[in-house]
Ligand binder design. Structure first.
Ligand SMILES: Nc1ncnc2c1ncn2[C@@H]1O[C@H](COS(=O)(=O)NC(=O)[C@@H](N)CO)[C@@H](O)[C@H]1O
Length: 420
């Protein structure tokens, strides 16, 4: 959410962001509502003052004037109440609109409607040249009995999975390994629930725009989060942190649930896009300084790249377009990992800077050294998300006989003969 001061001082920049992010929102209507509310407030104050003046003069008034005075006081009161009712409606309309006003995107972000406008800024690692016909991850799994993708569908429906044997072990070990690696960067490991109240999703930014993608627990008025970012954003809502408390660094682990409502037909085979998965999330609450945010953005990205390098997965870093980055982002860099069976890179990480857009929604504030209370900045990035990361991992490291040779860092985790 942007502040009213900023919106009124830079309406044209906000209008450009609305266009560049493909948002449908009439900012002139929003600003007109603000003006109408101010005018109505002035009128209500004047009416209240008049009614009080009449009431004060009532006791000294001549008897024949009392009726007239009483009538005028009543009219003033009724007019004020009618105006206040009208203002309530306008306030609600403004509040709903303000939640949809996008953050101003990074000036270096490619302007475009969706991922087609994304730009590759860096490619790392050599994609493997196989001297045999490589298998895709589903075939590798079936060959090695590493998952049951059919039976579980009978029980749990499509886009579910169950891993078996050493692949089940690998997922657990990778999550712990990612937590420990990110802890090494000074982040506090924290496990958070996926269950959260509606307010948490509004604060993080998932609501109102993406309700469709969120599982609802209607009877309990709760929802299931698709990322630890939801609960982590709400954890300190309403508190006034001290500058000395910042930066707050969380390595958040949680199950993640997504309806994938908009993805019908996409990635239906295997582990790329499922309804429930696990993720280690890097989450930062830092001081409201664009350079500090820029520094943390670079660190979050580097941390994810370090994990990919240790897993020896070739990847590319993407500058995400204004239309693809989403409402709250100032800047988003996705990391896409090489998937041999698809012959292309697929998103496995998403690193975002939000400045104070999310903190303002979440009422995340701190007292600066100057004693002034202000909204913080927040950032988040995937450290590792499974099972999606298993797809490039298995496929890139497969051998002609359908086994998977583990890179040293992972072989160390798994023990055994260096193979999965
Ligand atoms: N339906 C899904 N199935 C499997 N993995 C998923 C799914 N949706 C997202 N992911 C994984 O989770 C990562 C982060 O998801 S994200 O929506 O892009 N970004 C976030 O959730 C941010 N909080 C940063 O983690 C993705 O890059 C992908 O690796």
């Amino acid at each position: 959410m942007l502040s009213m001061d900023f919106i009124k001082a830079h309406p044209d920049r906000v209008k450009q962001a609305i266009i560049d992010k493909g948002v449908t929102l009439d900012l002139d209507r929003f600003l007109a509502l603000d003006e109408e509310l101010r005018a109505a407030k002035t009128e209500v104050d004047a009416l209240r003052a008049e009614r009080n003046r009449i009431s004060a003069s009532f006791k000294d008034a001549a008897p024949e004037q009392k009726a007239e005075l009483g009538k005028r006081a009543k009219e003033a009161g009724n007019r004020a109440s009618a105006l206040e009712k009208e203002m309530e409606g306008k306030r609600a309309e403004m509040a709903a609109m303000q939640l949809l006003i996008p953050n101003i995107p990074y000036e270096g972000a490619p302007v475009g409607p969706d991922e087609s406008a994304n730009v590759v800024i860096r490619t790392e690692g050599e994609v493997p040249e196989f001297d045999f016909e490589p298998l895709d991850h589903v075939a590798l799994i079936e060959k090695n009995g590493w998952a049951d993708l059919n039976r579980v569908t009978q029980v749990s429906g499509s886009r579910t999975y169950c891993l078996k044997g050493r692949l089940a072990l690998l997922e657990q070990k990778l999550m712990t390994w990612a937590l420990e690696e990110i802890m090494g960067n000074g982040f506090d490991p924290i496990t958070v629930p996926a269950i959260a109240r509606e307010e948490a999703f509004v604060r993080q930014g998932q609501f109102p725009g993406h309700r469709e993608e969120t599982y609802a627990l209607e009877k309990d008025e709760m929802f299931l989060a698709g990322t630890a970012e939801v609960v982590l954003t709400g954890l300190h809502s309403g508190e006034i942190l001290e500058a000395a408390d910042l930066p707050i660094l969380y390595a958040g682990y949680s199950p993640c649930f997504r309806r994938e409502a908009g993805s019908a037909g996409r990635d239906v085979r295997g582990l790329l896009r499922v309804h429930q998965f696990v993720k280690v999330e890097q989450y930062v609450i830092c001081e409201a300084d664009d350079e500090v945010s820029e520094e943390w953005h670079a660190r979050l990205l580097a941390a994810a790249e370090t994990l990919l390098a240790k897993m020896e997965i070739p990847y590319q870093v993407i500058e995400t377009s204004t239309g693809d980055m989403g409402l709250g982002k100032y800047r988003m860099n996705d990391i896409e990992s090489w998937v041999p069976s698809l012959g292309k890179y697929r998103e496995t990480h998403s690193c975002s800077t939000l400045h104070d857009w999310q903190a303002r929604r979440a009422n995340l504030r701190y007292r600066g050294e100057d004693g002034k209370v202000r909204h913080a900045h927040t950032l988040n990035n995937t450290a590792l998300a499974s099972p999606r990361i298993l797809v490039p991992f298995l496929e890139n490291h497969q051998t002609a006989d359908g086994r998977v040779k583990l890179p040293p860092a992972i072989a160390e985790l798994m023990g055994g003969d260096g193979y999965l």
